[in-house]
Design a protein around this ligand. Structure first.
Ligand code: BYC
Ligand code: FE
Ligand code: FE
Length: 475
């Protein structure tokens, strides 16, 4: 499964043997590069960045590190190795051999899932394009760019499927993926969170933690798909995703660590005047990014989700590890519902509750990270904790859409919501304060005052390694 880098499009799918497909993708490539140059990292396209590139898809040797100008990154097509005799693990086709071609009756739905997944990837690059200008360190700058080039590759991963398996419709969708723009009023990205702004680095770390984590869970369910090319593609994407989550979680952890240090040093909770970010602001950022990411799982009750599952297209998280009938036609699942304005728990048919099932797995994962952050606070000797807001807080999709729910999960009046919003969500003042701290720090080994250095560098390199060379003149 080694990767062929001698071709214009690096791949491990024997692209050279399918000249039509190769030509179609080579025709799409210039549009991608044009998009990257227009919408990718602003000002850093001619810097040399210490990046990892996939060289093989097995666990041992997939990454090599070296300096690259981002537009020269070898975006390509990498699928995890096929599992011999793989069978569909769930739904109506359970036990049948997996599909190597698109099952005709599910063509439209499958295309839609792939397009929705694909659309998030370039969206995130667009959302993050200006962040290089205000990086807290060269180490962080490099991590941002690593995430960006890999999200670009994730776009390739989905575009490959569209071109290879969906004919003309697929090619049109692949073109449209380069046309939509995050936050654009006329032609926005598909899902809510991907049209929000990522105005500062605290937002970026929150996004990489909470929103990329939706990616982890969605990709894991698509990795269970009976459509084998999708499964194999997503399995390899998940190995890249782990680094994005690392960047998010450790980024926030380092902000928290620095905040606690300043609190101790100055013996106060209000450290803004000392160039830090108060825990209260961090909490409000968590509330925002967590709630917007919860929406990405769709409605609590969803016939779409039931259909995806029944058809064998989208499984549950860790489907094959679960010990049940993998049909779910006669089981129930407990969800939270909005019962005429009060939040109640209720048993529902498991099939239509699959979005909530996945959201539950996501929430548990987020809770584990909260424990790790709170440990940082405790070990700094500070008596304070950060928490996740209730799942019904500030939702725009599903059961709780439009309800006024406080972070503790109580329904409040519209008046109270308006009055107390500033306690719960980032205020203009918070955003202005965080923005005021966003001054670029680009000398190797130096870090901005609002964030602690990480314990170690990337790929065993020292912290003061020159992770990005040939920086633009930022005067
Ligand atoms: N915003 O039955 P419902 C990642 C729509 S992140 C706007 O509730 P369904 C990444 C929905 O489309 C992973 N619209 O939902 C992270 C439907 O529209 P129609 C991305 C939304 O279909 C960071 C209607 O509401 N991957 O990779 O069960 C950086 C009712 O649908 C939203 C995927 O999402 C929303 N939040 O589930 C880079 C996987 N939510 O039919 C990358 C593929 C729902 O009425 N997508 N709607 O027009 C899916 O599996 C499903 O489409 C969803 C929605 C889970 C998103
Ligand atoms: Fe991605
Ligand atoms: Fe990601």
């Amino acid at each position: 499964m080694s990767v062929n880098y001698s071709e214009r499009i690096p791949n491990n799918v024997n692209l050279a043997e399918d000249r039509r497909l190769q030509r179609a993708l080579e025709n799409w490539q210039p549009g991608f590069l044009q998009w990257w140059n227009e919408m990718g990292p602003e000002n850093f396209q001619s810097s040399d960045v210490y990046l990892r590139t996939a060289t093989s898809v097995d666990a041992k040797g997939w990454a090599t590190f070296g300096y690259l100008k981002m537009p020269d990154y070898r975006w390509g097509i990498f699928l995890a190795a096929p599992e011999p005799d793989r069978r569909i693990a769930f739904g109506e086709h359970k036990g049948e051999p997996v599909w190597r071609e698109v099952p005709g009756e599910h063509r439209g739905v499958l295309r839609r899932l792939i397009v929705t997944q694909g659309d998030t990837e370039p969206a995130s690059v667009e959302q993050q394009r200006h962040l290089g200008l205000t990086c807290p360190s060269m180490y962080d700058l490099r991590n941002l760019f690593q995430v960006n080039v890999e999200e670009g590759r994730h776009l390739w991963a989905m575009v490959y499927l569209l071109h290879a398996y969906f004919g003309r419709d697929g090619r049109e969708e692949a073109d449209a993926l380069l046309q939509r723009r995050s936050g654009n009023a006329d032609n926005p990205r598909i899902l809510g969170a991907f049209n929000e702004r990522t105005p500062d680095w605290l937002s970026f770390f929150m996004f990489a933690h909470f929103t990329d984590r939706d990616g982890k869970f969605q990709l894991a369910t698509l990795a269970e798909s009976g459509f084998d090319p999708l499964s194999r593609t997503c399995r390899f994407m998940l190995t890249e995703e782990a680094h994005h989550l690392f960047v998010g979680e450790t980024g926030i952890g380092r902000v928290i660590a620095r905040t606690c240090q300043l609190m101790k040093q100055h013996d106060t909770d209000c450290i803004s005047q000392y160039g830090g970010i108060d825990l209260a602001i961090i909490q409000r950022y968590i509330n925002f990014h967590y709630s917007v990411s919860l929406d990405l799982f769709g409605s609590e009750l969803s016939t779409n989700a039931a259909n995806y599952y029944g058809a064998g297209l989208k499984g549950r998280f860790k489907e094959t590890d679960r010990d049940d009938d993998h049909l779910l036609t006669s089981s129930a699942y407990r969800i939270f519902r909005n019962d005429h304005g009060s939040i109640v728990e209720s048993d529902q048919p498991a099939l239509v509750a699959l979005n909530e099932n996945l959201r539950d797995a996501y929430i548990a994962d987020c809770e584990r990270a909260m424990v790790r952050w709170n440990k940082i606070i405790r070990e700094a000797g500070i008596d304070s904790t950060l928490t996740l807001p209730h799942r019904a807080f500030r939702r725009a999709i599903g059961e709780f859409r439009g309800l006024n729910v406080n972070p503790a999960g109580q329904i409040v009046s519209a008046g109270e919501w308006q009055q107390r919003k500033a306690e719960w969500l980032p205020t203009q003042q918070d955003l202005d304060h965080v923005a005021s701290l966003m001054k670029p720090v680009t000398r190797p080994g130096e870090f901005a005052g609002w964030i602690s250095p990480p314990p170690r560098g990337i790929n065993h390199q020292p912290l003061d390694y020159e992770y990005v060379k040939n920086l633009p003149d930022q005067s």
